[in-house]
Design a binder for this molecule. Structure first.
Ligand code: SF4
Ligand code: SF4
Length: 427
């Protein structure tokens, strides 16, 4: 309740009723769908009694895994690999990529792909869109759109600002659309028989995957979303000894990803990844220093001016919806002088998402969980051989053979979306 009101600045839940009948709920006890809840899940992470939890999708996934006629694909978000080990007693921030892939294969998934590749698609589209909008001074600042909690917040609270949002779908939605089109076609699989399960650090992505517009030609991009916690529960239900698993690698050809895709999960990561590509698109020159230190770190709103060729590009990064509101007010009253803004609903970004392993109050007060998980993500980027999304060879091949150019017709059909003002859903 306090997190929702004081950190997220939403106030979707509060104490209602009197005396013995008082309880925590929404205004007039409405469904969370019908109030201004953004589904960020931060209340779950901080609930002192453990009374709140996500709506599980585990049973749907088990049913599909047992169905021999369904080709079940898992894709895992950047943040899962630096947090899943915590559910099995490992040190906070341990990178368990190899064991995570191994566990998903042991659970029976037909293919295990990396959403970091989906993040590379997002950067290709978003950086292309930004460069076009920057040159044409079109609805600037452009804001990122890969966080469904933030998108729902904007649709409900700032419908007049919706033209500022990038039209890009989030990485797992883009990747689901590519799996059910390009991958299905290349491997001669009927897309209606493919069931895509996204393993996400996020509650809002459950809602996002069910949005009406998240489909192409009547085929849903993503069929089910489970959180890091739900994946850990499945591994425990299957009696898999996680810590004893041998490392395995993602399936190819869709498993290859850049370091830019890897840092999506940390606040500032999407901006940094987009700048690496936007710089080279705008100048035609190779970017020498890939790290944009000014957009890293825990500060609630980070601002920077980036020299790109002869242009100064002002950017801002906000995490947590209280900070998002400050940026949106600036855009609304015309005082925002930035061209590009990254917004993530959860404080810290997806590494601290509402579907991640829950830490008790003592741990939260004594250990900088965000910093440990973030350090692990940046180290994945540093050790990557490809660190820019536009240099990812699998993306180059898929654009050349199937999609065409970023931002063009087929890319829009598969990888972009639209937004709907939702003022009418507010109490
Ligand atoms: S999910 Fe987020 S917006 Fe909804 S009640 Fe919880 S903290 Fe508030
Ligand atoms: S910051 Fe990440 S985990 Fe949190 S709501 Fe947005 S996408 Fe989901």
């Amino acid at each position: 309740m306090a997190t929702c009101k004081n950190v997220q600045n939403i106030g979707a839940i509060d104490c209602i009723g009197r005396g013995f009948e008082s309880c925590i709920s929404t205004t007039y006890d409405h469904s969370l769908n019908d109030v201004n809840c953004t589904f960020c899940g931060q209340c779950i992470e901080s609930c002192p009694t453990g009374a709140l939890h996500e709506k599980e999708n585990i049973n749907d996934v088990w049913a599909k895994l047992k169905d021999p006629d369904t080709f079940v694909v898992a894709q895992t978000a950047p943040s899962i690999r630096v947090a899943l080990g915590e559910e099995f007693g490992m040190e906070i921030g341990t990178n368990v990529t190899g064991k995570m892939v191994s566990a998903l294969k042991a659970l029976g998934f037909d293919k295990v792909f990396d959403t970091n590749t989906g993040a590379d698609f997002t950067i290709m589209e978003e950086a292309t869109e930004f460069v076009k909008r920057f040159k044409g001074n079109d609805n600037l600042p452009m804001t990122t759109s890969c966080c469904p909690g933030w998108v729902r917040f904007a649709e409900m609270e700032y419908p007049e600002n919706l033209p500022h949002l990038s039209s890009c779908k989030s990485p797992h939605q883009m990747f689901g659309a590519v799996i059910k089109s390009y991958y299905a076609e290349k491997n001669n699989i009927d897309p209606s028989k493919i069931y895509v399960v996204s393993v996400m650090p996020c509650i809002a992505k459950k809602y996002e995957s069910q949005r009406e517009e998240m489909q192409v030609d009547g085929i849903r991009d993503v069929d089910s979303v489970i959180t890091t916690r739900e994946l850990a529960r499945m591994i425990k239900q299957a009696n898999i000894e996680f810590d004893k698993l041998e490392d395995e690698v993602f399936d190819n050809p869709m498993g290859e990803a850049s370091g830019a895709g890897a840092i999506f999960g940390v606040t500032g990561g999407v901006m940094e990844a987009a700048l690496r590509t936007a710089y080279e698109l705008m100048t035609g020159e190779e970017l020498q220093k890939l790290e944009f230190e000014d957009v890293r770190g825990a500060k609630g709103i980070k601002k920077a001016t980036i020299q790109i060729g002869d242009k100064e590009v002002k950017v801002a990064v906000a995490h947590g919806l209280g900070n998002a509101r400050k940026i949106m007010e600036e855009i609304k009253n015309g005082t925002a002088d930035y061209s590009f803004v990254e917004i993530m609903a959860c404080p810290g970004g997806c590494i601290m998402g509402g579907g991640q392993p829950i830490k008790n109050a003592k741990t939260r007060m004594t250990v900088d969980v965000r910093a440990k998980r973030a350090a692990s993500m940046y180290s994945i980027d540093e050790r990557s051989t490809i660190r820019k999304s536009h240099e990812n060879p699998i993306l180059k091949k898929i654009y050349k053979d199937y999609i065409g150019k970023p931002g063009e017709h087929r890319a829009h059909e598969l990888l972009h979306t639209y937004y709907t003002p939702m003022k009418e859903y507010r109490i």
